[in-house]
Design a protein around this ligand. Structure first.
Ligand SMILES: Cc1cc2nc3c(=O)[nH]c(=O)nc-3n(C[C@H](O)[C@H](O)[C@H](O)COP(=O)(O)OP(=O)(O)OC[C@H]3O[C@@H](n4cnc5c(N)ncnc54)[C@H](O)[C@@H]3O)c2cc1C
Length: 465
């Protein structure tokens, strides 16, 4: 089908947030003054996990969560729903940056992932958690080396991981573009992210967390031994503050050096018929990803629609963030074209939704952590497109730091080290656009990396989504 026609009637909204019967009623905004032991800014996965774990650790702790819009409306409610155990944006990235720590990072990631599954069951959260694993496919010869390396290291770390040759991978999911694959069977689940966020929100409310929506915090100042947070119609005085503000302008100025807001986009198809699904196989319903620098991720939903996202990661010069930027027709068209190239059998399938969302990219592609205001405030940001599960680990790190605890988590180099900062604007825009252009050229040239990318590699820097 002509991709333009296939996209013509698609709703311009995130599928997960569109008229879902599970969507809860809005909560009030903050009016007047209140006090709390812990104030959390941001109602995405980061803030929600922090609130839940804070109450689980100490039910007597008075916890307030302040969300600028609606809980789960941002990246949390519009992502691919890959709940992956990795804390390091994948094994290859973790191995490159923390080779001596990767075994611990892998174990901690799996423990965190298992705890998410257990929490979902314990609170009865209906978010279609399906432990399908993730199947990464190679579509070009040059991608095979890294794929073999990930497979070997994964096995050494004890992961349930399998290398599939061309016939085996196509027997799992049938695309003429696949030449091999690595299936991480155990440590990744597909979820409905909005329903997980709403479920966590309800669990927090039941444990006594006070949640205020439409309550953007404008600034934070010291107030004696505590901190004061100011929203348009109210203030909170809190002994401790946790920031889970994702890609949005951080309330701690110094974090701006490390974060770049990047838009990532996705499409949803209409539900596949039984025959259409049979034409591509996919009986094991794995999350899928391909292996170019500009990669796609895709998965099935409950009703056998396909979410198809990634490829373009757009940085608007100057780090601009605007509501309208979550729609980009040129990217939707590219994504639709790639969808039909991957699955020519599905040429009759149309798209029902098209949307984008903001990712908090940093130069090491995985979250960084720290404190401010004399350790009264903690932050965990920079998840760069793999934060569905890792935000729970980040929440635990923030609570460890705020409680002054010396734990295995806080001793990790990954937790103690910061990423290399991005240069200031306008150089930052130039550097990011040059890197994006170079990555696209590498994909087009058999993976060959130009001088610019090789220089960045030498310093462990890069750009990813
Ligand atoms: C299209 C897309 C696909 C993705 N796919 C995946 C995937 O498949 N798997 C995966 O692991 N990750 C994925 N991600 C990334 C993942 O969604 C994020 O890492 C994760 O949701 C981050 O959660 P968060 O709470 O840190 O940030 P967010 O969800 O962005 O939440 C931050 C919240 O803070 C609020 N806020 C900000 N500033 C203030 C303030 N001053 N006052 C009050 N509130 C404030 C915002 O309104 C927002 O609700 C994807 C992201 C996108 C955009």
């Amino acid at each position: 089908m002509d991709p333009l026609k296939a996209l013509a009637d698609a709703e311009r909204k995130p599928y997960w947030l569109d008229e879902d019967p599970f969507e809860p009623e809005p909560l009030p905004r903050i009016f007047g003054h209140t006090q709390a032991d812990l104030a959390i800014v941001g109602g995405g996965f980061s803030g929600l996990w922090t609130a839940l774990l804070a109450k689980e650790r100490d039910p007597g702790r008075d916890v307030v969560l302040l969300e600028g819009q609606r809980v789960g409306w941002a990246a949390t409610g519009r992502n691919g729903g890959f709940c992956h155990a990795s804390l390091t944006h994948g094994l290859a990235n973790g191995l490159e940056r923390w080779p001596y720590e990767i075994a611990d990072l892998h174990r901690l990631g799996v423990e965190n992932f298992n705890a998410i599954e257990e929490t979902i069951a314990r609170y009865g959260i209906d978010c279609s958690f399906e432990r399908t694993g993730e199947l990464n496919v190679a579509t070009e010869e040059w991608q095979l080396d890294e794929m073999s390396e990930v497979h070997t290291i994964g096995r050494e770390l004890g992961a349930d991981i399998e290398y599939l040759d061309r016939d085996q991978v196509r027997a799992e999911v049938n695309s003429p573009t696949y030449i091999a694959g690595v299936w991480e069977r155990g440590d990744c689940a597909m979820i409905d992210p909005a329903r997980l966020a709403w479920g966590l929100r309800l669990a927090c409310l039941r444990l006594g967390v006070r949640i205020y929506e439409h309550s953007p915090i404008k600034h934070i100042v010291k107030d004696g031994t505590a901190l004061r947070l100011t929203a348009p119609y109210g203030t909170v005085r809190a002994n401790r503050v946790a920031l889970g503000t994702g890609a949005f302008s951080p309330l701690l100025r110094r974090l701006r050096h490390y974060l770049a807001p990047v838009y990532d986009y996705a499409l949803m198809t209409e539900p596949l018929t039984t025959e259409q699904l049979a034409s591509i196989g996919w009986k094991n319903r794995q999350g899928m990803g391909d292996s170019a620098n500009q990669f796609h991720y895709y998965r099935l939903t409950d009703d056998n629609s396909i979410l198809w996202g990634g490829y373009d990661a757009i940085y608007y010069n100057g780090g601009r963030v605007k509501i309208g930027y979550d729609q980009r027709d040129a990217t939707f068209l590219t994504l639709a074209e790639h969808f039909y190239e991957t699955f020519p059998q599905l040429e009759d399938v149309r798209f029902s939704h098209k949307w984008g969302g903001l990712i908090d990219t940093c130069s090491r592609f995985s979250a960084f952590y720290g404190t401010g205001y004399g350790s009264r405030l903690a932050y965990a940001v920079g998840y760069t497109g793999l934060g569905v599960a890792a935000t729970r680990f980040g929440a635990n790190v923030m609570l460890d730091l705020l409680d002054g605890l010396d734990t295995e988590r806080t001793r990790l180099r990954m937790v103690r080290e910061k990423p290399v900062p991005f240069p200031p604007e306008p150089i930052r825009s130039g550097v990011i656009q040059l890197t994006r252009w170079s990555l696209a050229r590498a994909d087009a040239n058999g993976g060959r990396r130009n001088l610019w990318l090789r220089t960045l590699d030498r310093f462990g820097l890069g750009f990813d989504s």
